[in-house]
Design a protein around this ligand. Structure first.
Ligand code: HEC
Length: 221
């Protein structure tokens, strides 16, 4: 009885070893993927930005540059293009100032619960437009909102809109006034400019149409 050969498929030892190997390999693979993801989503530095080193999440100082989009043939998605210097509110922000401004923008975004109605970077609701690339929405670039809010620049127009959205309605739904101060509105604009420069693998999906319209707009580069 003892020397009877058993098939490998019915050997308990074989299955125990296989289970240990598969679990071990999966742990190693997940560790590699976790470190890779952390590397990919790490926020870039000002130095990297200055030397044109691409990061999915660029340095906060990206708010000092022009941001546009181009279609990447290889990846089949729209990717952000960080262009020449373009001051925000007529000012060039130092890394520390940019970081603080974005921080205030993020806190305001959370405190005012913008994702109750909007989506950003895949989180939120679909009651109102996706805000991930709002900075590049054609309505801020083709002059519509600039003249509607009687402003000189698009950032000024966005601030006026955010402080008083009820007065500048362009959508079938209306955004309520949320009691946003000027300082908070400016920080929100910087925050939205930064998110527009994040490489989101082409999301939101319908963004490509908006950016193609943008190409034909007045701010096309
Ligand atoms: C109660 C729902 C609601 C909340 C909360 C809300 N919004 Fe809106 N928002 C809207 C609606 C509806 C529109 C479209 C109205 C329009 O464009 O006139 C809009 C439009 C916008 C636009 C213009 C969109 C574009 O593509 O250019 C921006 C920018 C914006 N909201 C930012 C914010 C920010 C920032 C917050 C949080 C501080 C916020 N919203 C909170 C409903 C909301």
């Amino acid at each position: 009885m003892d020397d009877k050969k058993t098939s490998v498929w019915t050997s308990i030892r074989f299955w125990r070893r296989s289970a240990a190997w598969v679990t071990g390999m999966a742990v190693v693979l997940l560790m590699i993927l976790t470190f890779d993801t952390m590397k990919q989503v790490r926020m870039g530095t000002d130095e990297e930005l200055k030397h044109g080193i691409k990061r999915r999440v660029p340095s906060p100082t990206v708010i000092n540059y022009h941001i546009s989009y181009r279609y990447d043939e290889n990846r089949g998605v729209e990717v952000p293009v960080i262009g020449k210097k373009e001051l925000l509110f007529g000012k060039e922000y130092s890394p520390k100032e940019a970081q603080e401004l974005l921080h205030l923008g993020k806190l305001t975004f959370q405190a005012k619960d913008c994702i109750d109605c909007h989506t950003i970077l895949g989180n939120g609701s679909y009651y109102a437009p996706d805000l991930t690339k709002a900075w590049l929405d054609p309505k801020w670039n083709d002059g519509t909102m600039i003249s509607m809010t009687d402003s000189k620049t698009k950032e000024e127009a966005m601030v006026k809109f955010l402080m008083n959205p009820k007065d500048y309605r362009t959508h079938e739904r209306m955004m309520p006034n949320l009691g946003i101060t000027k300082k908070e509105a400016m920080a929100l604009v910087a925050f939205l400019k930064h998110t527009s420069a994040i490489d989101t693998n082409g999301f939101p999906r319908n963004f490509s149409q908006a950016s193609r319209r943008l190409e034909g707009g007045t701010n096309a580069r």
